[in-house]
Design a protein around this ligand. Structure first.
Ligand code: CAA
Ligand code: FAD
Length: 384
C-alpha cells in the first residue's frame, strides 16, 4: 500500500492551495454577506482546467484522476465552500454523468464546453436537477413529468434547491415518464436553460454557502428532443444514483476542506492568543481539541482518498463514497463548532472566518443525500 502522492498530485494540490489563498480569500466575507456568486473565481478555475478535472482531454477536460480532484476540492473548500460546491456539481455530477453515460453527440455538444467551463469566452457550467418540493431524500417520488411525444418529450414540473440554478447554462433534469414502472419509468435529460418554458424562479436566502446560487427551476411544456435523453428509456434513476455516488466524493472532500480550514485557523489562533499568562495552546483543554480535530480530519481524508482510489480503479465505490461523505460531513460540523470555541468571542464575529465555516459545514450533512440517507446506503450495503 502506497500513501505517497505522485508528483502530479502534489502539484495539483499546491496549485489549488495557491488559487484558494490568492483568488478566493480576498472578498470571501463580502461575497458571503452579499450572497454574491463567485463568477470571477469560477472563470479563473475554468482557465486552470479545474471545472472538468476528470474529463478526458479529447472532451476538453484535464484528464486527471479522482485523487487529484479530492485534493483540489479540499484546498479550495478550506477557504470558500461556495466556490467549491459550484466546482463539485460541474465536475462530479454534470461532467461525470455526461462522460460516463452520454452519447458521442451529447459529449461533443455539451461535455466539451462544460469541461472547459466556457463557451465562446463566456462562463458555461451545468446543474443537476433531482430534488423537488416533495421529493428530496425520497428521490423516486418524482412529480416532474416527461411525457413521450414521439420525437420529443414534454417536460412539466418544479425542481428546487438547485445549485448553479441561475449561473448554469445546461441542466441535467430527472423526470418521470411512466409512473406505472416506478423508478424504472424515470428518465434523465439534457435541457438548456434558454429553452422556451424554462423559468429560473426564486433564489434561496441561505444560512451557509451564501455565494452559491440556489434556485427553484420551473418547467412548463418544455420540448426536449429525444436525442437529449441520457441512456436507455427508464435509465434516469440509476443515472442519478450512479452519478451521485461520485458526487458524494466531491461533497465529502468539500467537508474535509471545511474541517481543515477550521482546524488550521483554530491551531494558529491557539498559538498566539494568551490567557492566564500563556498561549491558550498550553491549556490542555485546547490542545486536546486540536488533537481530536487533527485525528478526525486525517480519518476523513483517508476515507475520501480510498473512495477516490476505488473510483479510479473502476471498483464499486457506492459504499465507500457514502462512508466518506457521512464521516467527513459530521467531522466538518463538529470541527467548525470546536474552532469557534477555541476562538472564544472572536470566533463569533465574521473577521475570523470560523463562524462562516461553521455555517457552511451544516449543508454538507444535508445535500447529495442527508447523513440519514448515507446511513441507509451503508446499512443496506453491509447487510446485503
Ligand atoms: N447504482 C445503481 N442502481 C442503484 C443505485 C446505485 N448506486 N442505488 C439504487 N439503485 C437502483 C436500485 O437497484 C433499484 O433498482 P431495481 O429496482 O432495479 O433493483 C432502484 O435504483 C431504486 O432503488 P432503491 O429501491 O434503493 O430506492 P429507494 O427509494 O429505497 O431510495 C435512496 C434509495 C438511497 C434513499 C435514494 O433515493 C437516495 O439516494 N436519496 C437521496 C437523494 C439525493 O442524494 N439527492 C441529492 C440531490 S443532488 C444535490 O444535492 C447536489 C448538491 O446539493 C450540490
Ligand atoms: P427530506 O427528504 O424531507 O428529509 C427531512 C429529514 O428527514 C432529513 O433529516 C432526512 O434525513 C430525514 N429522512 C427522510 N427520509 C428518511 C428515512 N427514510 N430514514 C431516516 N431519515 C429520513 N438537489 C438537487 O437535486 N440539485 C442540487 O443542486 C441541490 N443543491 C442543494 C443546495 C442546497 C443549499 C440545499 C439546501 C439543497 C440542495 N439540494 C439539491 C437538495 C438536497 O439534496 C435535499 O435537500 C436533500 O436531499 C434532502 O431532501 P429534503 O430537503 O427534501 O429533506
Amino acid at each position: 500500500m502506497d500513501f505517497q502522492l505522485s508528483e502530479e498530485q502534489q502539484m495539483i494540490r499546491q496549485a489549488a492551495r495557491d488559487f484558494a489563498n490568492q483568488e478566493c480569500l480576498p472578498g470571501v466575507i463580502e461575497r458571503d454577506e452579499q450572497q454574491k456568486f463567485p463568477r470571477e473565481q469560477i472563470e479563473k478555475l475554468a482557465d486552470l482546467g479545474f471545472m472538468g478535472m476528470m474529463v478526458k482531454p479529447e472532451y476538453g477536460g484535464a484528464g486527471l484522476d479522482t485523487i487529484s480532484y479530492v485534493l483540489a476540492m479540499e484546498e479550495i473548500s478550506k477557504v470558500d465552500a461556495s466556490v467549491s460546491v459550484c466546482m463539485s456539481v460541474n465536475n462530479s455530477l454534470v461532467c461525470y454523468g455526461l462522460q460516463e453515460f452520454g452519447t458521442e453527440a451529447q459529449k461533443q455538444q455539451y461535455l466539451v464546453p462544460l469541461a472547459q467551463g466556457k463557451k465562446e469566452g463566456q462562463l458555461y457550467i451545468g446543474a443537476f436537477l433531482l430534488s423537488e418540493p416533495e421529493a428530496g431524500s425520497d428521490a423516486t417520488s418524482q412529480q416532474t413529468t416527461a411525457e413521450d411525444k414521439g420525437d420529443h418529450y414534454l417536460l412539466n414540473g418544479t425542481k428546487n434547491w438547485i445549485t448553479n440554478g441561475s449561473s448554469a447554462s445546461v441542466y441535467l433534469v430527472i423526470a418521470q415518464t411512466d409512473r406505472s414502472k416506478g423508478s424504472k419509468g424515470i428518465n434523465a435529460f439534457i435541457v438548456e436553460k434558454s429553452w422556451p418554458g424554462v423559468t429560473v424562479a426564486a433564489k434561496e436566502n441561505k444560512m451557509g454557502i451564501r455565494g452559491s446560487d440556489t434556485h427553484t427551476i420551473l418547467f412548463s411544456d418544455v420540448k426536449v428532443p429525444k436525442e437529449n435523453r441520457i441512456g436507455e428509456d427508464g435509465f434516469g434513476f440509476k443515472f442519478a444514483m450512479k452519478t451521485l455516488a461520485g458526487g458524494r466524493i466531491g461533497i465529502a472532500s468539500q467537508a474535509l476542506g471545511i474541517a481543515g480550514g477550521a482546524f488550521e485557523r483554530a491551531r494558529d489562533y491557539a498559538k498566539t492568543r494568551k490567557a492566564f499568562g500563556t498561549e491558550i495552546m498550553n491549556h490542555q483543554a485546547i490542545a486536546f481539541k486540536l488533537a481530536d480535530m487533527a485525528l478526525k480530519i486525517e480519518a476523513a481524508r483517508l476515507l475520501c482518498l480510498k473512495a477516490a482510489w476505488e473510483k479510479d480503479q473502476h471498483l464499486n465505490y457506492d459504499i465507500s463514497s457514502s462512508m466518506a461523505k457521512l464521516f467527513a460531513s459530521e467531522t466538518a460540523m463538529w470541527a467548525a463548532v470546536e474552532a469557534v470555541q477555541v476562538h472564544g468571542g472572536y470566533g463569533f464575529v465574521k473577521e475570523y472566518h470560523v463562524e462562516r465555516l461553521m455555517r457552511d459545514a451544516k449543508i454538507t450533512q444535508i445535500y447529495e443525500g442527508t447523513s440519514e440517507v448515507q446511513r441507509i446506503v451503508i446499512s443496506r450495503g453491509v447487510l446485503k
